[in-house]
Design a protein around this ligand. Structure first.
Ligand SMILES: NC(=O)c1ccc[n+]([C@@H]2O[C@H](COP(=O)([O-])OP(=O)(O)OC[C@H]3O[C@@H](n4cnc5c(N)ncnc54)[C@H](OP(=O)(O)O)[C@@H]3O)[C@@H](O)[C@H]2O)c1
Length: 312
């Protein structure tokens, strides 16, 4: 159970002692630029204070614009929001890390980041083409750089005061362990797919033991149907407690001690997804007992994310 009884206000401590991450995060993987701006503004207005971006989403400029105008309109200080972005696979070579970081910061219109993540553990051929492919259509990986090389360059960003914390995304426990053991600055956050069909219990236990925040993406199962949103256990609990299935799933994620990312696009859904409350213990345990197992996003095995169009 989180320390705050108001799940909407739950914040999780970073293991470097440099602040707290709001558990409820808004994800900006939205293909349309105009919709990125409106959805980000709706999220801010609904109460979200944690924003997850990525170089790869190609909309950092629009997120930055929505944040600047939204903060000014709402009288919200920069310090009140937590902003993350991610280093893309084509920038894993150490000499490319700081320029990629600077370019993201510039597009976002910020002078520092709260969190910088290595988007996936897969290095792609370095260059401007984010999705490099050979003539057979296969991804061109880069074997000249290790994840630890990239991690060392990420550590330099923290040492130079450019971001508060660094972490990993789309990893498994073995990869986290290998970086954790060699790191001078330990990962503060790992962002992975997680929901009742993929609870990642072993990874979560390790994270809790080491004070690493597990940041769950796809808490609503990417909205796929049939899927989590119409799971009979979740739907029955929703009817019982007077909440929507989405609110039950998001509450479950915070209740078990993870942070999460969700991507409502309308104002009504932003308010719905922010308005979560503590689940009765029996409902929480019923969800824990769901036995369906399903990974929805193949990014963890290939470095190629689902849900991002290939053509730029
Ligand atoms: N690290 C990675 O590789 C990675 C991969 C994927 C995502 N992410 C991050 O995670 C964020 C979250 O993405 P996600 O797809 O995992 O989010 P999600 O919230 O699990 O799923 C979004 C889907 O759920 C639907 N939805 C949202 N709120 C709803 C509600 N209240 N009731 C019913 N349906 C609802 C949306 O439908 P509509 O579109 O119709 O509103 C959309 O189809 C992304 O924006 C990104 O920041 C990271």
């Amino acid at each position: 159970m989180p320390e705050s009884s108001d799940l909407r206000l739950t914040r999780l401590p970073l293991n470097n002692g440099r602040g707290l991450m709001p558990a409820l995060g808004f994800g900006t993987l939205i293909p349309d630029k105009a919709e990125t701006i409106t959805a980000t503004r709706y999220a801010l207005e609904a109460g979200f204070r944690h924003f997850d971006c990525a170089e790869r989403y190609r909309n950092e400029r629009e997120v930055g614009e929505a944040l600047q105008t939204g903060l000014a309109a709402g009288g919200i200080a920069r310090e009140e929001i937590f902003v993350t972005t991610k280093l893309w696979n084509t920038n894993h070579r150490p000499e490319r890390v700081e320029p990629a970081f600077d370019a993201s910061l510039d597009r976002l219109g910020l002078d520092h980041l709260d969190l910088y993540l290595i988007h996936t553990p897969f290095a792609f051929q370095p260059g401007d083409e984010q999705d490099p492919r050979d003539q057979n259509g296969s991804v061109i990986y880069d074997n000249e750089v290790t994840l630890l090389d990239t991690w060392r360059a990420m550590e330099s960003l923290v040492n130079h005061g450019r971001c508060r914390a660094i972490g990993l995304s789309d990893i498994n426990l073995d990869i986290l362990l290998s970086i954790y053991e060699s790191a001078r600055i330990k990962p503060a956050v790992v962002q992975v797919e997680s929901h009742p069909y993929l609870p990642e219990t072993e990874l979560l236990e390790f994270c809790k033991e080491k004070g690493v925040v597990l940041l769950a993406f796809a808490p609503l199962g990417h909205g796929m149907k049939p899927g989590l949103l119409d799971d009979p256990v979740v739907s029955a609990i929703a009817a019982r407690v007077g909440k929507t299935p989405a609110q039950v799933l998001l509450a479950w994620a915070v209740h078990r001690g993870t942070a999460l990312l969700t991507t409502p696009r309308t104002a009504a859904r932003a308010r719905e997804n922010f308005d979560i409350s503590v689940l009765p213990e029996d409902a929480f345990n019923e969800i824990n007992r769901i036995e369906t197992r399903q990974r929805l996003n193949p990014v963890v095995t290939t470095g190629v994310p689902g849900f991002i169009a290939r053509a730029s």
